[in-house]
Ligand binder design. Structure first.
Ligand code: RM4
Ligand code: MN
Ligand code: MN
Length: 423
C-alpha cells in the first residue's frame, strides 16, 4: 500500500477520538477564529545536519538507515513534511551539504514541497582541502589571509544559497579564546566586524544575514560573538539586512531568553531562531523536552512582539530547528520538536493579551500568573492535529511513523551502516 493510502487509513481510524478532543477544547476555551490558519501557515525548517545520529566526543551510536547524500536528506525532510505538513523547508550547512547540481536539488526539494531556508557557513572546522587553519579563529584571526579565506567561504555559501532560492545566511563563529590573555578582545571584535562587513557587502538586496551568538564552546574562556549584546552591536554596525539569531542552547545557565527575545524584537533586530532544548549547555535536545514552559514564555513574547510591529508570524522571522540526536531516531525526534514548537505557538495565540495587560497595569501579579499558566496547562494538541489534518497530514505523526515501520524501510534501502554528514 502506498504512503497516502496508509495515512488515509490511519487518519480514518483515529478521527472519532480526534473529533472528541477537538470538541472538548473548542467548548472549553475561547479560540481565536484565525488560530488554525496561523498554525497551518507556520513552517519550521529542518537542519540538513541533524538527519543522522549525532554523537558526543565519547561516542556515536547509529540507528541505521541514515541519509548518505543530500538527495536522501531532502527525501527525509520531505517525509517529515508529508507527515506533519509543517516542515516545509530545509536549512543547509556548507560544506557538509554542497549541492553538486543546484537545479536538480531545487527541483527535488520542490517535488517534496520544500523551500530552502537559511544557508549556514562553517568556519569552525578545517576541511581536508583547506589552505589555512581556523585553529585560532576565522573572521577574528590575527592573519588577514585566514580572515580572507573565511570571508570567501561565506561568500561562496551565499552563492550556493542564491542558486537554491534561499534568502538568508546564518553565520555562527566558534571564534574566541581558550585561555585568559590569549586574545585582545577589542582587536578580535574589530576584526570580526571588519570581516562581517565584507560578507555583508556580498549579500543580495533581498537577503538577510543572521549572526548567531554562543556563550562558550569550543572556546572555553571567551567567545567573540558570545551573547546577544555582542551580536546586536555587530549587526547594528552592518546594516538593515543584518539580524541577531537566537539559538536556545547558546546561553549561560538561567539566562532569561524570553526577555532577550522581547528586546531584540522591539529593536527590530531579531532575525531568526534555532530551536532545541537543554539541561546543562548546548545540549541540542528535542525542543520542549526539558523546559516546555520556557518555550511557551518565549512564544508568548514572540507573538506579543510581532503583533506589536504588525509582523507576519510565519514569514518575518526565520524558524529553524538546530538539534542533535544521540539516542533517538532522528526523524522521530524532529517530529517531536516540530510538534512541541507548534504547541507553544498555539498556546501563545490563546493568551488573553488585553486581560494580561490590564493585570500588569494593576500590578496584579497573581492574575498575570493565572493567565499565563492557565494557557500553558491547556492541552492544545487537538488544535495542532486539526491544522495538520486540514493540510492533509497525519493525526499523530510519531505514532504513524512507527506503525508504518518507516525506519525499517530506510534501513532496508540504505543499509545499517550509513553515516550522515553533520553534527
Ligand atoms: C553550533 C551552532 C550552529 C550550528 C553548528 C553545527 O553550535 O548552533 O548554529 O550550525 O553548531
Ligand atoms: Mn545553532
Ligand atoms: Mn549550537
Amino acid at each position: 500500500m502506498n504512503l497516502d493510502s496508509l495515512i488515509q487509513d490511519y487518519n480514518n481510524q483515529g478521527i472519532a477520538t480526534h473529533n472528541r478532543r477537538l470538541d472538548f477544547i473548542q467548548n472549553d476555551v475561547q479560540i481565536p477564529s484565525n488560530l488554525i490558519q496561523k498554525l497551518k501557515d507556520f513552517q519550521i525548517a529542518i537542519p540538513s545536519w541533524a538527519l543522522g545520529t549525532g554523537g558526543t566526543r565519547f561516542g556515536r551510536f547509529s540507528g541505521g538507515g541514515e541519509p548518505g547524500t543530500l538527495e536522501e536528506k531532502i527525501s527525509d525532510v520531505g517525509l517529515l513534511h508529508r507527515l506533519n505538513k509543517s516542515s516545509g523547508a530545509i536549512s543547509l550547512h556548507i560544506p557538509w551539504d554542497i549541492p553538486s547540481d543546484a537545479n536538480a536539488i531545487k527541483k527535488l526539494a520542490a517535488d517534496h514541497g520544500l523551500a530552502f531556508d537559511a544557508v549556514n557557513s562553517n568556519t569552525f572546522q578545517d576541511q581536508a582541502n583547506q589552505a589555512l587553519s581556523y585553529k585560532f579563529g576565522s573572521l577574528q584571526h590575527t592573519d588577514r589571509a585566514v580572515r580572507k579565506q573565511a570571508i570567501d567561504h561565506n561568500i561562496e555559501v551565499i552563492k550556493h544559497g542564491v542558486d537554491l532560492g534561499s534568502k538568508s545566511i546564518t553565520v555562527w563563529l566558534s571564534d574566541g579564546s581558550c585561555f585568559p590573555g590569549q586574545l585582545n578582545f577589542r582587536r578580535a571584535y574589530e576584526r570580526t566586524v571588519e570581516s562581517l562587513k565584507e560578507i555583508y557587502a556580498a549579500l543580495p538586496s533581498d537577503w538577510k544575514l543572521f549572526l548567531e551568538y554562543k556563550a562558550y564552546e569550543p572556546n572555553f574562556y571567551s567567545t567573540t560573538v558570545g551573547d546577544w549584546g555582542q551580536s546586536y552591536s555587530m549587526v547594528n554596525k552592518l546594516g538593515d539586512k543584518a539580524y541577531t539569531l537566537v539559538d536556545l542552547g547558546h546561553h549561560l545557565p538561567n539566562a532569561n531568553i524570553e526577555q532577550i527575545v522581547s528586546l531584540l524584537l522591539m529593536e527590530g533586530k531579531l532575525g531568526g531562531f534555532h530551536f532545541n532544548d537543554s539541561k546543562y549547555g548546548d545540549d541540542d535536545l528535542t525542543a520542549g523536552s526539558m523546559k516546555p514552559y520556557q518555550l511557551f514564555l518565549i512564544f508568548n513574547e514572540l507573538v506579543d512582539g510581532m503583533d506589536a510591529k504588525g509582523m507576519n508570524h510565519a514569514k518575518d522571522l526565520g524558524w529553524m530547528i538546530d538539534a542533535s540526536h544521540n539516542v533517538k531516531d532522528p526523524l522521530e525526534d524532529l517530529l517531536q520538536s516540530v510538534e512541541a514548537i507548534q504547541i507553544a505557538y498555539a498556546q501563545a495565540l490563546l493568551v488573553d493579551r488585553k486581560a494580561l495587560e490590564a493585570a500588569r497595569e494593576a500590578n496584579d501579579v497573581v492574575r498575570c500568573q493565572e493567565i499565563l499558566q492557565g494557557v500553558a496547562r491547556t492541552d492544545v494538541r487537538a488544535l495542532v492535529a486539526q491544522a495538520r489534518l486540514e493540510l492533509g497530514g497525519v493525526l499523530n505523526p510519531v505514532e504513524f511513523y512507527r506503525s508504518a515501520e518507516i525506519r525499517k524501510q530506510l534501513i532496508q534501502q540504505r543499509g545499517s551502516k550509513t553515516v550522515a554528514t553533520g553534527l
